[in-house]
Ligand binder design. Structure first.
Ligand code: PEP
Ligand code: MG
Length: 735
C-alpha cells in the first residue's frame, strides 16, 4: 500500500496480492463514478482488457447490488443468483463462488471489491470476508485522498466529488451559501496499520476501559441526584460499551492489522451503512447511540477535542442538535443549518429562526455525504440542499439571494404601513420571541408587539437555573425594548420536548402528555412564584401581560391567579410599585378547553391558541417526530372548525383571541385565520412582511363568507387548502 507506485500499478498490485493471499482466481475492484456507474478499475484474473471498460449501473448485477445496499455478498453459486449479470468483456462466467464487499467510507459506498473462484462449493469463511472489508476500507481512504484521480477519463468524476441535491423540509426561510461544517465532525483516521498487534489490542482495551469509566462517572453523577431524562440514554451507552459483539469485531479488526482507531472506524462504517437501510425508528435511534459511542472512542484514541466553534461562512450540517449547541457557534458566521432530523417546532429551529439562519430539516444522508469545507447551498424556502453545486446552481442561488434581499427591502417599505385588509379590517401582527437576540427584530419587522415571549428559552440555554435577578433583568430588557408595544410573557413551559438538564425529571413514556408546564409549575410553585415575582417587578409601573401554557383545566387558572395575587401582596408589603395594569391569559393548546370555552373565557383577559401543541393533541401527532409531524393538514376542515369556535367564544365574552403557533407565520394559513375571524396573530419576525403583504391584498369579508360556507356544511370533511389557494389565485393575493 505504501509502495511509491503509480495509481494504476498500485491498484493492480493490490488486487494481485489479495488474490494470492486469499487463494482466489479473481480479484477485481469497481469504483463508483459520479454518474452512478461502477467502473472496473483493476482486476487479477478477469480479462485485463476490460479494465476501465466494463461497467455496471448502481443496483445492476451482484456488484451493483452490493454498492446499492452497502452489504457484502458471500455466494457459493453466483451465476444462479437472481441478481447475477454477465458482462461478456470480462469473461467471468466460469466463476461460481463470489465474495463482494462494499468499499465504504463513513457509511458511503465508493466502490466494490470482489474475489471469485471457479470451484463450486468453495466457501469464504467469515474471517476472509472481514479481511476483505478491511482492505476495502484502506482502498476507500485512497479514493477519498484523491489517489485515483490520475486514472479518470476526461469528463468523468468519481462519486466522492459529485454534486448532490437533497429534498428536505423547509424549517426556516432564507438562503444560505457557504461551506460545510460538520457539527460532529468525523474523526479522520490517518494512522491505519498497526506495527504490533498485541500492543494495539492493549491500547484498544485501555481506551475501552476509559470510555466505560467515563460513562460510569456520568451515571454515578445522575445516581446521586435522582433519576434524570438523560439516564435512559446513558444506560444504553453503558450497555453498548460492554457489548461483546462490538468489542470482538473491534479486536478482530486490530488482529487483521489495523490500528485501534482504524478498527473503530471500520466497525463504525459498517454500522452506519447498515443503519441507512433501517426503517424502524427505534432501532435507528439505538444505532445512532452506538455511532455516538464509537465517536467518543475514536476521540479517546486520537486524543482529539470537540470541534473548534470558530468558523467562517459556515453551513452547519448535523444529524440533530440542541438549541444551546447552535448558540455555541459564532452567530454572524453561520449562513445556514442542515439537519437530518428536526421539525418546524424543534427548539434548535426556533432559535435558528430567531437568529435569521435558514434551515432545512429531514435532509436524509447529508451528514455522510458532506465533507468539511464542501461548498453547499441551503434553500430554507423549499427545503432543498445542494451539496458541491455545479456553477449554474451556485449562480442561480446567488441571484436568488439578491432577489430576496430586494424583496426584503420591499417588505421593509411596508413596515411602517398599517396592517389593514383591503376591506379595512385592522389586523394586529405581533412577533414571537424568547431571547435578547430577538429584540432588534421588533423594529426590523414592524411588529406591533410581542405576542408570545417564551420564557423557557432563557432557561434552556443556561447551564444552571437562572436566578430571580437574571430573570427580572431579562424581562425588564424586553419591556424596555418594546416601549409602548405590548409584551405577552408566557410562564415557564418546560417538560415535554423542552428539557432543562439541571431540572431533574423522571423518565416518562409520553413526555408530551406528561409532567410538564402548568402541571409541574403548580406542584412545585417555588419556581413559578419566583418567575411571577420577577415578571411583576420588571413590569413595575407598566402594563403586564402574563400567560399560562398548557392549561387543561380551569382550576389551574385559578391556582395560578392565586399565586399572582400572593406575589402582588408580597410586592406591596415591600413598597414596590406594582404594574400599571395586569392582564392574565392562557394558551389554548389542549383540546379539553375547546369544550368549556364559555367558562374559560369568563376566567381570562385574553386567550392565545398554541396551534403547534393544539395540532399535536388534536391529531395525535408528535410535533417533533419527523415521520408524522407533517402528516395532517393544519388547514383541514375539522381543525379550522375548532379554531373558529374559539374566536366566536372570544367575541361572545369580549376576550381577545390570538394565535401564536407556527401556522400564523405561513401566509396561506394566516389568510385562513383572518377568514375565521382572528384579528390578532403572533409569528416569527421574518414572517411579518409576507403576511402583511398578503393581508393588504385580502378582502377579508369575502374570504370569511366562502370559508364559513365550507365549514358550516356538516357534510364537509377534508381540507380547506384548495379553497384557500383558489381564493388567493382569484384575487391575486401573494402568499
Ligand atoms: C404552540 O404550542 O403553538 C406554542 C406557541 O408554544 P410552543 O411552540 O412553545 O410549545
Ligand atoms: Mg405549546
Amino acid at each position: 500500500m505504501i509502495e511509491p507506485l503509480e495509481p494504476q500499478a498500485r491498484l493492480d498490485q493490490i488486487v494481485k496480492l489479495i488474490a494470492t493471499h486469499m487463494e482466489t482466481e479473481v480479484c477485481s475492484l469497481y469504483v463508483l463514478r459520479a454518474d452512478g456507474v461502477l467502473e472496473l478499475y483493476a482486476t487479477e484474473g478477469l480479462n485485463p482488457g476490460a479494465v476501465h471498460l466494463a461497467q455496471l449501473r448502481l443496483g445492476e448485477g451482484l456488484v451493483g447490488t452490493i454498492a446499492a445496499t452497502a452489504r457484502p455478498h458471500n455466494l457459493s453459486d453466483a451465476q444462479n443468483h437472481p441478481a447475477f449479470t454477465y458482462l461478456p468483456e470480462t469473461g467471468e462466467e466460469a466463476y461460481a463462488t463470489f465474495l463482494g464487499v462494499p468499499v465504504l467510507r463513513a457509511g458511503r459506498t465508493l466502490g466494490v471489491l470482489v474475489v471469485q473462484n471457479k470451484a463450486v462449493g468453495r466457501v469464504y469463511p467469515e474471517e476472509e470476508s472481514e479481511a476483505l472489508e478491511t482492505v476495502a476500507m484502506v482502498i476507500a481512504e485512497m479514493i477519498a485522498a484523491g489517489g485515483l484521480e490520475g486514472l479518470l477519463r476526461p469528463g468523468v468524476t468519481l462519486d466522492l466529488t459529485r454534486p448532490v441535491s437533497f429534498e428536505g423540509v423547509p424549517l426556516c426561510d432564507g438562503i444560505g451559501i457557504g461551506q460545510v461544517v460538520l457539527h460532529e465532525p468525523r474523526v479522520v483516521v490517518s494512522n491505519l496499520f498497526n506495527e504490533d498487534v498485541e500492543s494495539e489490542v492493549a491500547r484498544l482495551s485501555e481506551a475501552l476501559t476509559i470510555l466505560r469509566k467515563s460513562i460510569e462517572d456520568m451515571l454515578a453523577l445522575r445516581e446521586v441526584a435522582d433519576e434524570g431524562e438523560h439516564r435512559a440514554v446513558l444506560e444504553t451507552y453503558r450497555k453498548f460499551a460492554r457489548d461483546r459483539g462490538w468489542v470482538r469485531r473491534l479486536e478482530e479488526a486490530v488482529r487483521n492489522g489495523l490500528t485501534a482507531e482504524a478498527a473503530v472506524e471500520k466497525v463504525q462504517s459498517d454500522m452506519r451503512a447498515r443503519m441507512m437501510h433501517l426503517t424502524d425508528p427505534y432501532m435507528r435511534e439505538r444505532l445512532h447511540d452506538f455511532d455516538d459511542l464509537a465517536n467518543r472512542l475514536l476521540r479517546q484514541l486520537i486524543g482529539q477535542d470537540v470541534n473548534g466553534k470558530d468558523v467562517t461562512d459556515a453551513v452547519v450540517v448535523a444529524r440533530n442538535m440542541g438549541a444551546a449547541e447552535l448558540l455555541d457557534y459564532h452567530r454572524g458566521q453561520i449562513h445556514g443549518l442542515v439537519l437530518e432530523e428536526g421539525a418546524a417546532t424543534s427548539h434548535v429551529v426556533i432559535v435558528a429562526r430567531a437568529l435569521g439562519i435558514p434551515v432545512a430539516g429531514q435532509v436524509k444522508g447529508a451528514v455522510s455525504m458532506a465533507e468539511k469545507g464542501d461548498p453547499i447551498v441551503v434553500d430554507g424556502e423549499s427545503g432543498d440542499v445542494h451539496l458541491r453545486p455545479p456553477p449554474e446552481i451556485q449562480s442561480l442561488f446567488s441571484d436568488k439571494l439578491r432577489f430576496r434581499a430586494e424583496r426584503q427591502q420591499r417588505y421593509r417599505s411596508l413596515r411602517d404601513q398599517p396592517a389593514v385588509t383591503r376591506d379595512g379590517t385592522p389586523i394586529g401582527l405581533q412577533m414571537n420571541a424568547g431571547l435578547l437576540v430577538d429584540l432588534p427584530q421588533l423594529a426590523e419587522s414592524g411588529a406591533e408587539g410581542i405576542g408570545l415571549f417564551r420564557t423557557e428559552l432563557q432557561f434552556m440555554v443556561a447551564s444552571t437555573m437562572p436566578r430571580t435577578g437574571d430573570q427580572e433583568r431579562l424581562y425588564r430588557a424586553v419591556l424596555d425594548a418594546a416601549g409602548e408595544r405590548p409584551v405577552t410573557f408566557r410562564t415557564l413551559d418546560v417538560g415535554g420536548d423542552k428539557l432543562l438538564p439541571y431540572l431533574r425529571q423522571s423518565p416518562e413514556d409520553n413526555p408530551a402528555l406528561g409532567y410538564r408546564a402548568m402541571r409541574l409549575a403548580l406542584d412545585r410553585p417555588g419556581l413559578l412564584r419566583t418567575q411571577l415575582r420577577a415578571l411583576l417587578k420588571a413590569a413595575s409601573g407598566r402594563a403586564a401581560r402574563i400567560m399560562f401554557p398548557m392549561v387543561t383545566d380551569l382550576s389551574e387558572i385559578r391556582a395560578a391567579r392565586a399565586l399572582i395575587s400572593r406575589e402582588l401582596e408580597h410586592l406591596s408589603r415591600f413598597n414596590y410599585v406594582p404594574p400599571r395594569s395586569l392582564e392574565v391569559g392562557a394558551m389554548l393548546e389542549v383540546p379539553s378547553l375547546l369544550f368549556q370555552l364559555d367558562p374559560l373565557m369568563a376566567e381570562l383577559d385574553f386567550v392565545s391558541i398554541g396551534s403547534n401543541d393544539l395540532f399535536q393533541f388534536f391529531f395525535a401527532v408528535d410535533r417533533g417526530n419527523a415521520h408524522v409531524a407533517t402528516r395532517y393538514d393544519d388547514l383541514s376542515v375539522p381543525f379550522l372548525r375548532a379554531l373558529r369556535e374559539v374566536v366566536r367564544a372570544g367575541e361572545r365574552h369580549g376576550v381577545s383571541v390570538s394565535l401564536c403557533g407556527e401556522m400564523a407565520g405561513r401566509s396561506l394559513s394566516a389568510m385562513a385565520l383572518i377568514g375565521l375571524g382572528f384579528r390578532n396573530i403572533s409569528m416569527a419576525p421574518p414572517s411579518i412582511g409576507p403576511v402583511k403583504a398578503m393581508l393588504m391584498a385580502l378582502e377579508a369579508s369575502s374570504l370569511s363568507a366562502e370559508l364559513d360556507a365550507l365549514l358550516d356544511d356538516v357534510s364537509q370533511a377534508g381540507t380547506a387548502r384548495t379553497l384557500l389557494e383558489d381564493f388567493a389565485a382569484r384575487h391575486a393575493i401573494p402568499y
